[in-house]
Design a protein around this ligand. Structure first.
Ligand code: SAM
Length: 231
């Protein structure tokens, strides 16, 4: 059992950062980036550029999928010694298809206080822009690339809530075609590209329409794919 009444000073902050438009950083996020004792970054160069833009000069420690298992204990010890740690990923909310979960779980299991600040993440604007029902939805993150992909698609065929996927531009067509094959070409979907950036685009249509559109208009940039549930 864990308490919901927590003292004011967290041991671990998760700090969301912009997914494109740098204006989307919150005042509170800036404050934490200035004050935390230790800043962990998925890519120190990417976060370094953000800090430079914010006029913050702080050392950054590396925390990414290749070292998170090895370093969790080290950062846990630092928190236990009273250091306040802040984690940022390259963009959006840490822990959402990004490193974060392991550290949060370890911190919570050690009885430490964790606060995730509210802020940028790609799936929320994509879901809302899609015009698909959002009273209930499921976040699917990235589909498995190979092993388990077909099983997942067959499972999702019966899902009746709106589904949200992260996808790469070079795999979009394959995914749209597999959705069509599994769920039929008349399912509604929306492709949100480059959210919050200059070339933001949200294209909505049936899977058949989207396939036809992207055959003519090859896509670049970052993508969230939103798919209607079974009706
Ligand atoms: N932690 C991030 C979040 O909170 O959204 C997600 C990180 S995940 C590694 C990166 C994926 O998020 C991209 O491949 C893309 O699917 C999606 N994404 C991130 N920024 C985006 C943007 N500006 N427009 C569309 N999709 C974006």
């Amino acid at each position: 059992m864990t308490s919901t009444v927590e003292p004011e000073k967290p041991d671990l902050y998760l700090v969301p950062t912009p997914i494109g438009n740098l204006q989307d950083i919150t005042l509170r996020a800036i404050e934490v980036l200035k004050s935390a004792d230790i800043l962990l970054a998925e890519d120190t160069r990417t976060t370094g550029r953000l800090l430079k833009h914010l006029d913050i000069q702080r050392p950054l420690q590396s925390y990414h999928i290749f070292n998170e298992h090895k370093t969790v204990e080290k950062w846990l010890s630092a928190m236990k010694e009273g250091k306040q740690v802040a984690l940022v990923s390259d963009a959006g909310t840490p822990g959402i298809s990004d490193p974060g979960f392991l550290l949060v779980r370890a911190a919570r299991e050690a009885g430490l206080i964790v606060h995730c600040l509210p802020g940028p993440t790609a799936f929320v604007p994509a879901l809302v822009n899609s015009g698909l029902p959002n009273d209930r939805f499921v976040f699917e993150g990235f589909l498995p690339h190979k092993k388990g992909r077909k099983t997942r698609l067959d499972f999702l065929k019966e899902e009746n809530r709106t589904m949200v996927f992260y996808e790469s531009p070079h795999r979009l067509m394959k995914t749209l075609l597999q959705f069509k094959e599994t769920m039929g070409g008349d399912r509604m979907a929306c492709v949100s590209r480059e959210l919050t950036k200059i070339y933001e685009e949200n294209i909505r249509g049936t899977l058949d329409e989207l396939i036809a559109y992207y055959e003519e208009n090859p896509i670049k940039g970052e993508i969230v794919l939103t798919l209607s549930g079974k009706t």
